[in-house]
Design a protein around this ligand. Structure first.
Ligand code: NAP
Length: 320
């Protein structure tokens, strides 16, 4: 009886686990197949691929096109995170597979980290911390002067939920705001720059808050960095793929931009190390949404989307 019941449970493939309490709920509700814990993923997919009707993953881990094709009965991909550039949504749509993400609930935390990276880079927070710890204050006196935020110009690349939340935070700090995107946004008073290069010339601080993927691949190249200029700061909380990373390393090495604050990298986690020798960059390990509150809310939304799917109700946050 118990085993009949167990086999009747929907088979869910876990590529990346949820938070503990949501994981416990998933374990009680579905038959989970833990690819995240599996030592032989090939064998697992070979054995249970046909039975899988749902996948739990994250925007960072995603779901490869190859794997999608090996799950012939897949009906839903519930992903934790806003970005879905790591999931072939076009292929999913073609195969009738629904995809959900977790927008809005992480917006404030991500915007907060964009501001933290901006302040840390422009005001020398990391240097200041070291200045004390390493005894420089006592031996050499005050640390070097930094650059004010007030009166500066901030250019947002991608004025969506996160971009707007960043703008709302810097506006009371006396910062002028303009933005670049595919089109002007209807619900904003900020100046739209149709050319990214013009925004980079205009801005003191360029903040990236657009999606990753092919359309934005290497949007920030050597030319854009040169336009940002020697007093300019680049902040990236979007995706590493948006930036030509070698061009950025070159610009930081030659001081052709003042500095950068990075939460995301081309290949994570290894590429973070590529910046380790540079003093003019502040690094964060793709952790902008990494608070207990937000990760709990994201995990719950994954659970709720799965529940809605299996109950035949409308999905809460569907991408396709
Ligand atoms: P959103 O509301 O969809 O905003 C994305 C913005 O980018 C929109 O204004 C969109 O405008 C613009 N955009 C889309 N395609 C573009 C292109 N090709 N060139 C320039 N602008 C483009 O999404 P969000 O919730 O703010 O999240 C934005 C991104 O932040 C996510 O996709 C993800 O990559 C990243 N993110 C990172 C973290 C982290 O931990 N660091 C966490 C969450 C999200 P139009 O559609 O009008 O063009």
């Amino acid at each position: 009886m118990t085993s009949d019941l167990a086999t009747a449970l929907p088979n869910v493939l876990v590529i990346w686990p949820n938070r503990p309490s949501q994981m416990a709920h998933l374990e009680a509700t579905y038959k989970l197949h833990r690819l995240d814990l599996c030592s032989n993923p090939e064998e697992m997919i070979e054995t249970i691929g046909d039975s899988i009707t749902a996948v739990v993953t994250t925007g960072i881990k995603g779901l490869s096109s190859d794997l999608i094709k090996r799950l012939p009965n897949l009906k839903i991909v519930a992903s934790s995170g806003v970005g879905y550039d790591s999931i072939d949504v076009a292929l999913c749509s073609e195969l009738g597979i629904r995809v959900t993400n977790t927008p809005d609930i992480l917006t404030d935390d991500v915007a907060d980290i964009a501001i933290a990276l901006m302040l840390a880079q422009r005001r020398g927070i990391v240097l200041g911390d070291r200045w004390i710890r390493e005894g420089c204050w006592a031996q050499q006196g005050p640390m070097p002067l930094t650059s004010s935020i007030r009166g500066k110009r901030l250019g947002v690349v991608g004025l969506g939920r996160i971009g707007k939340a960043i703008a709302a935070r810097v506006e009371p700090m006396g910062v002028e705001i303009a933005y670049f995107g595919r089109r002007p946004q209807a619900d904003t008073v900020y100046d739209f720059k149709p050319e990214l290069i013009d925004l980079a010339h205009w801005a003191d601080i360029l903040v990236l808050a657009c999606p990753g993927g092919e359309a934005t691949h290497h949007l920030i190249n050597a030319e854009v960095l040169a336009a940002l200029g020697t007093n300019g700061t680049l902040i990236n909380v979007a995706r590493g793929s948006v930036v030509d990373q070698q061009a950025l390393i070159d610009a930081l090495t030659t001081n052709s931009i003042a500095g950068a604050g990075l939460d995301v990298f081309t290949t994570e986690p290894h590429d973070g190390q590529a910046f380790a020798g540079l003093e003019n960059v502040v690094l964060y390990p793709h952790h902008s949404s990494g608070t207990i509150e937000t990760r709990d809310a994201m995990a719950q939304l994954v659970v709720d989307n799965l529940e809605a799917h299996f109950a035949g109700r409308a999905l809460l946050t569907a991408i396709n």
